[in-house]
Design a protein around this ligand. Structure first.
Ligand code: SF4
Length: 504
């Protein structure tokens, strides 16, 4: 270790003396020394270079703290962890304190001291950061081997067929609801509420202690849960697990419900038993490469759930509620699209834009797409005053399917389909209200026009080669994500509001 890297003699002397008085292993010493070099550089940049310890002031201490708070890792240039940075600053203070106590720093002013503001703010939790989602094509391969889940897994005295159904249910709930593994493992036996066609999962946000949360789920997921509930009621389980959907292994287990490690182990065994799992990446010969199985773990299905919704263009505030995130910043990470990817997506989709009759009406360039149109709920709009107003000044109340300025592309297909369903529901309501014929007729005309646009786009897509269809699908997901974070009219999506006061 080259002590000359420390630029101030007084600092070098104190460090040497301090290092002999404490027991440090070589790894720890290296970390402390690195921190000291950064401190030394920060002082060196101050007037006088920090050479005379009697002239150091509060501003010098601030300079050291600032340098510490900006330390980056040499490996990837990312900001070092908060604990590392805070610890490094602590080492500097410890060394200075040692110098004072041992009279090695006579005359060092009392103003060269930290104040209570010199504490780094807590880091945002990155647990839910995007990027670790199991890709959808891999999930499809897992689903194709669902029968193997739990097939070789032991679970106390439970019968083989029951273990299989229980673990398969747990996986499907993880996949379809995006709850954390502990939230799935600890579901109550009565976690399902059904009202008419609507199914709701009642779950506890164990991490944030927000209990009795409600999440809308599909009929298929509800059926999966119901099937296991029926079997579970006939299955002998430890007495303390009577109220749990997924019981513990024995009465002596740590929890009344299934341990998350059991879920993780069952998942790992299942994934290992699947003969082939391929990623979408190609090797040099153009063959799909094997998927890294270590990337499949229970929490990764929560990421997949969030990414699936972001890719579908679910508005960010809706996804935030679905994920029960406290901060929208966490949810936003699933919507990150680089400018380059956005530009590529527009380059792809601008060629597949149609007019209100479904006839091709491509934009001449990506710039034309971005500058001459604005995204409205069911497509792009080319009406100049509306473009200027950012899509908020439609003179005919967004009856786009009947408008000459309407230019949808395939990324709007889900929104159009959703809108047609809403219009149908509105028409039924209008009829039930004995509304005048012109109201019902208008709704009917809109349904016909939007259906025509969607059908024509779908037909055209189906006639394209598979590669091109895939490219359009990916580009559509990118643009939907971009739009979902903007402030435009939200598409109707059902989120069940919290009934209990939010602790946040
Ligand atoms: S109705 Fe016409 S002007 Fe209004 S938003 Fe739709 S496309 Fe634009």
């Amino acid at each position: 270790m080259d002590a000359s890297a420390i630029r101030q003699q007084w600092f070098r002397d104190v460090i040497k003396s301090w290092a002999t008085s404490v027991s440090l292993d070589s790894g720890k010493f290296k970390r402390v020394f690195t921190a000291c070099v950064i401190d030394s550089d920060a002082l060196h940049a101050r007037p006088g270079g920090g050479q005379d310890h009697t002239k150091l002031r509060f501003a010098d201490m601030q300079a050291v703290f600032t340098a510490m708070s900006r330390i980056r890792r040499t490996t990837d240039d990312e900001l070092a962890s908060r604990s590392w940075r805070q610890h490094s600053f602590g080492c500097f203070l410890e060394i200075v304190d040692f110098g004072r106590k041992t009279d090695m720093l006579p005359g060092m002013p009392g103003s060269f001291d930290p104040d209570k503001t010199m504490v780094l703010p807590p880091e945002e939790t990155t647990e839910d950061a995007a990027g670790r989602a199991v890709p959808e094509p891999v999930i499809a391969q897992l689903d194709a081997h669902l029968a193997l889940m739990g097939a070789a897994f032991s679970y106390g005295e439970m019968a083989r067929a029951d273990i299989e159904l229980m673990m398969q249910t747990a996986y499907l709930v993880l996949r379809d609801t995006g709850r954390r593994p502990i939230e799935v493992a600890s579901l109550s036996l009565k976690c399902l509420e059904t009202r008419g066609d609507e199914n709701t999962l009642v779950w506890d946000n164990v991490k944030k202690r927000r209990y009795g949360r409600k999440l809308p789920i599909t009929r298929e997921t509800a059926t999966v849960i119901r099937n296991w509930q029926a079997r579970r009621r006939q299955t002998e389980v430890p007495s303390r697990s009577r109220k749990q959907l997924f019981p513990s292994i024995t009465d002596r287990s740590g929890f009344a419900h299934m341990d998350t490690s059991s879920l993780a182990n069952a998942l790992r065994e299942w994934v290992a038993a699947i003969p082939v799992l391929l990623s979408d990446e190609l090797d040099v010969q153009g063959r799909r490469m094997p998927f890294d199985r270590t990337l499949i773990f229970p929490y990764a299905f929560r990421h997949a759930y969030a990414q699936r919704h972001a890719d579908a263009g679910v508005p960010v505030d809706v996804l935030r509620e679905l994920m029960d995130h406290r901060s929208i910043v966490t949810t936003m990470s699933y919507y990150q699209v680089s400018l380059k990817r956005k530009r590529e997506a527009i380059t792809t989709l601008r060629k597949h834009t149609v007019d209100r009759s479904g006839r091709p009406a491509p934009f001449t360039s990506p710039t034309d797409y971005e500058a001459q149109s604005v995204a409205v709920p069911f497509g792009n709009c080319r009406e100049p005053s509306n473009v200027k107003a950012g899509g908020k000044a439609c003179a005919i109340r967004f009856q786009c399917a009947g408008c000459g300025f309407y230019r949808p592309d395939p990324s709007y297909l889900p929104a159009i389909e959703e809108h047609v369903n809403d219009l149908r529901a509105d028409r039924e309501t209008a009829r039930a209200m004995d509304a005048d014929d012109f109201v019902v007729r208008n709704l009917g005309d809109q349904i016909t026009a939007f259906t025509n646009v969607a059908d024509t786009m779908r037909e055209r897509l189906s006639s394209l080669p598979r590669d091109e269809r895939e490219e359009i699908k990916e580009a559509s997901a990118v643009l939907r994500k971009v739009r979902a974070t903007r402030d435009h009219k939200l598409l109707p999506l059902t989120v069940i509001r919290k009934e209990t006061p939010d602790a946040s």
